[in-house]
Write a protein of this length. Structure first.
Length: 133
């Protein structure tokens, strides 16, 4: 009889551990972000499926978009912006570029996710950020 009781305790402990791990994984999935699980690749950004851009967003901002970069350097790195100076970019005085990286998680029109890249009046990068849902 003590052996059976010992196995029940072990089984209940195992069930508890599995439940806690499942809960932890679920919470990480809910609170996690897909924006930081891949290193930036210029070729993937330019030629890969556009929806893969989101996975490289934080690495792009943290390691590749440096303060002081010119508009032309950003264009060489990322290509023409989705919005801002538009896909027909001409070296104008636009202060921000907007690159689409993901569809809305809520599928609400206008709530897509973008990387915004802001420039000063001289055309030097001053800030980049992810904005959207």
């Amino acid at each position: 009889m003590p052996t059976v009781l010992k196995k029940r305790i072990s089984l209940s402990q195992l069930v508890l551990v599995v439940a806690v791990l499942s809960l932890g994984a679920g919470l990480k999935w809910i609170s996690g972000t897909p924006l930081d699980n891949r290193e930036f690749s210029r070729s993937e950004w330019m030629d890969g499926p556009r929806q893969n851009r989101a996975f490289m967003a934080y690495d792009l901002i943290e390691n590749h978009l440096q303060a002081g970069m010119s508009r032309d350097e950003v264009l060489k790195l990322l290509g023409n912006p989705s919005i801002g100076s538009g896909s027909n970019y001409s070296n104008d005085s636009s202060q921000s570029f907007k690159y689409w990286i993901a569809s809305s998680w809520l599928r609400t029109p206008g709530d897509d996710t973008y990387i915004y890249i802001h420039f000063d009046k001289d055309g030097s990068l001053i800030e980049s950020e992810v904005y959207g849902r």
